[in-house]
Design a binder for this molecule. Structure first.
Ligand SMILES: *Cc1c(COP(=O)(O)O)cnc(C)c1O
Ligand SMILES: [Zn+2]
Length: 412
């Protein structure tokens, strides 16, 4: 494909000013957020064309804001399974249910999608160091893609993140910085050091490119359903970027002629201890009020001041979606329900889509006749610290008699 996407530029979400293809994230006129824009009208892309390609996110090459193919940093992210889960559908009470299983990405969360694009752009802009402000999963994803690209990385996280996430990022060779504060403290500091040390911080100064990577999740869902949308997509949300990007991807698929109808109710799932987007939606506000001290074991979603919160709110409303929040206990119950009904082991932040769907069906806000996709965004193995061991542990002496005694009890 060689050089492509000559028409990538950043446009201000608020005033519409076109900034061209630049390494920037806020509008010089109004300080609004910049968003990548790709001229889809000029794209030569068809369903059959895409269907013949590699099963990773390069499949949707034309929708990615990367100018040159040689800058693409890929470790096999994307094209994750969309699994029809009939017994979970019955347990929850909806007509049809799918799980979009993003736990199987190379670093075990959907964060590989935006990281892949952001690190590719860091390469394209000639940066030597990348970094991130992370609630846990982004650290591993950024570190892995930096390793593959031969770039140095500095990943910053609140010190409360799960041990596995710290270990994972450091194994990839990142400099791991744990900050004794909230995610919002980490984010603010990351923005300051980005300028001072010329670091491409994937979700701060590379953010307009970063978020584009997650469009691939929306593109995959519609392709995997046979180029159509489900009634509803439920998305675990922290900054609100993933929810917004899935919808953008689906809208662009329609614009590019791949999809006849982009109708889908985008539904936000958050933990009660940190649910600023859900609260704003429920109260009918037109801005998102930050949560100062998030209180939840769902650490990957503990962002009090969501960077794309306003955008997510707009998408929820314009798509006819909704937003829900559940307790930590419900999130943990959903981890178990999902694992037992489908064989997918998610972290609480990944399974919260299932918990929120269950609650919204019980409350009658989601209809029992719907076809729903729950995005499951991160793997349970990284959050063993917060997942109760459960029952079913039997310890016996190494003798046939002892084992038989226990098994006849259990299996009777
Ligand atoms: C980061 C994260 C999210 C939320 O992503 P945003 O784009 O910040 O809304 C959801 N699930 C998991 C497991 C995450 O790590
Ligand atoms: Zn502007």
């Amino acid at each position: 494909m060689g050089e492509l996407n000559a028409a990538v530029s950043l446009v201000c979400r608020e005033c519409g000013k076109d900034h061209g293809h630049v390494f920037a994230y806020t509008c010089v006129e109004c300080l609004g957020a910049l968003e990548a824009s790709i001229d889809l009208g000029s794209l030569e892309v068809s369903r059959s064309n895409i269907e013949q390609r590699n099963r990773d996110m390069r499949r949707y090459r034309e929708f990615l804001p990367i100018l040159r193919d040689e800058n693409i940093v890929s470790i096999g992210t994307g094209y994750t399974p969309l699994i029809r889960v009939d017994s979970l559908a019955r347990a929850i009470g909806v007509r049809r249910l799918y799980v979009k299983n993003d736990t199987v990405n190379p670093t075990f969360s959907f964060k590989d999608r935006p990281s892949s694009v952001a690190v590719s752009k860091a390469k394209e802009f000639g940066l030597g160091v990348v970094g991130c402000a992370s609630t846990g999963n982004l650290a591993g994803a950024t570190a892995a893609h930096a390793a593959a690209a031969g770039l140095r990385s500095v990943v910053m996280m609140p010190s409360f993140v799960e041990d596995a996430k710290v270990v994972q990022a450091s194994v990839y060779g990142a400099t791991v910085v744990l900050i004794d504060g909230t995610y919002d403290d980490v984010n603010r500091l990351a923005a300051l050091v980005a300028d001072r040390f010329n670091i491409g911080v994937v979700n701060v100064n590379l953010r307009p490119y970063y978020v584009e990577g997650s469009k691939t999740m929306g593109l995959e869902i519609v392709e995997q359903l046979g180029w159509r949308t489900p009634d509803r997509i439920v998305v675990p949300s922290a900054s609100g970027a993933l929810l917004s990007a899935i919808y953008k991807g689906i809208r662009e698929a329609e614009e590019a002629g791949l999809l006849d109808d982009a109708d889908v109710a985008m539904t936000c799932a958050q933990p009660e201890g940190c649910s600023p987007i859900t609260t704003a939606y429920r109260k009918g506000l037109d801005r998102v009020i930050p949560v100062h001290s998030p209180q939840t074991i769902v650490r990957s979603l503990a962002i009090g001041d969501p960077g794309d919160g306003l955008q997510a709110l707009r998408v929820i409303r314009s798509s006819g979606g909704t937003a829900g929040a559940v307790s930590d206990v419900e999130a943990l119950e959903a981890v178990n329900l999902l694992a037992k009904e489908t064989g997918v082991f998610a972290e609480p932040g990944g399974a919260i889509s299932v918990a929120v769907l269950k609650r919204l069906v019980e409350e009658g806000e989601v209809g029992r006749d719907e076809e729903v996709v729950c995005c499951v965004t991160g793997a349970g193995f990284k959050t063993l610290d917060v997942i109760p061991k459960g029952e079913g542990h039997i310890r016996v002496l190494p003798s046939f008699a002892a084992l038989s005694r226990e098994l006849s009890r259990v299996l009777s």
